[in-house]
Design a protein around this ligand. Structure first.
Ligand code: ATP
Ligand code: MG
Length: 270
């Protein structure tokens, strides 16, 4: 028989699909901020935060919500090279495909953009923008100067490199929205809602408040780490459920199993 924990495990596979989006206090406020900024006459908006704080899923959310009313486009991973980026931009601006073997003339495209001023307002959501170099960012700025295209630049904030301190970002960005790790309350809601969405009520109830505290302490409220920990936790539960059911308590997840998962992921060491 299939273990009930298998479905629970799969709930925590990383996903930036809009259907998996969950409303949390922090995500609602970030969404509102971003929507508000998009409606201001800004050229560039910065969305930043540590890896796994929900930047990509937020961009997907806003894209999905606004795509029927506005010209809004989501650029996921950065193009491998400038040529590909300009092809993508060309398509968005002209609504036409360019044959593969042709090159976009950069200044012609900038001029084209300038002519759109006052006629169209295009929003481009640039995810993983830490991968664009200074020359690219400079070119992107020239497009935004036309005021026909507005960019939401999403950046990773890493421990060893504070990217927004970099001159090419700092001098161009007009407004900053920062995503942070979740509070214990938001993380609890996140875990419960994710399970409830898949009708896993019993499992949701088997994670008690003190377990949530432990999970928050291990993951520091980071969504990606939380996904990893819960995936591993339910993977262990699944194993016991199938092989040694005496070690499992369906009413309450044994804390020992949470610790085993944390150990496996290296949050704690023996
Ligand atoms: N509001 C939310 N609703 C549902 N899932 C979320 C939410 N916020 C974060 N997540 C989950 O957390 C994971 C990490 O979020 P996301 O990929 O958006 O982070 P990121 O900030 O873009 O990370 P990176 O900087 O590494 O690209 C997602 O795959 C998703 O499963
Ligand atoms: Mg991302």
């Amino acid at each position: 028989m299939k273990s009930r924990y298998e479905a629970a495990k799969n709930v925590f596979i990383d996903s930036i699909d809009n259907d998996d989006y969950i409303e949390l206090n922090s995500s609602i406020s970030a969404y509102k901020q971003l929507e508000h900024s998009i409606n201001k006459p800004l050229k560039m908006i910065l969305l930043f935060g540590k890896p796994g704080t929900g930047k990509s899923i937020l961009l997907n959310r806003i894209h999905n919500k606004l795509k029927h009313q506005r010209e809004i486009h989501y650029f996921d991973t950065p193009a491998i090279n400038e040529k590909e980026f300009f092809h993508k931009l060309f398509k968005v601006l002209t609504k036409k495909d360019l044959p593969n073997n042709t090159e976009v003339n950069f200044s012609a495209l900038v001029d084209f953009c300038k002519n759109l001023r006052g006629k169209r307002e295009i929003i481009i959501l640039l995810d993983e923008a830490q991968m664009y170099g200074p020359e690219m960012m400079e070119k992107i700025r020239l497009f935004s100067d036309s005021r026909a295209v507005k960019f939401v630049v999403s950046l990773h904030k890493t421990e060893n490199e504070d990217l927004i301190a970099k001159e090419h970002f700092q001098s161009r960005i007009w407004e900053v929205i920062e995503l942070k790790n979740a509070t214990k309350e938001d993380q609890t809601t996140y875990i419960h809602k994710k399970l409830l969405k898949k009708n896993l009520f019993e499992i949701a109830n088997s994670i008690k408040d003190k377990d949530m505290k432990l999970i928050h302490a291990f993951t520091k409220g980071n969504f990606r780490e939380c996904n990893k920990l819960l995936f591993t936790l339910f993977e262990i539960c699944e194993y016991y459920d199938e092989n040694e059911p005496s070690k499992i308590n369906y009413e309450q997840i044994p804390q020992r199993i949470i610790e085993m998962a944390a150990l496996k992921l290296g949050y704690i060491h023996v």
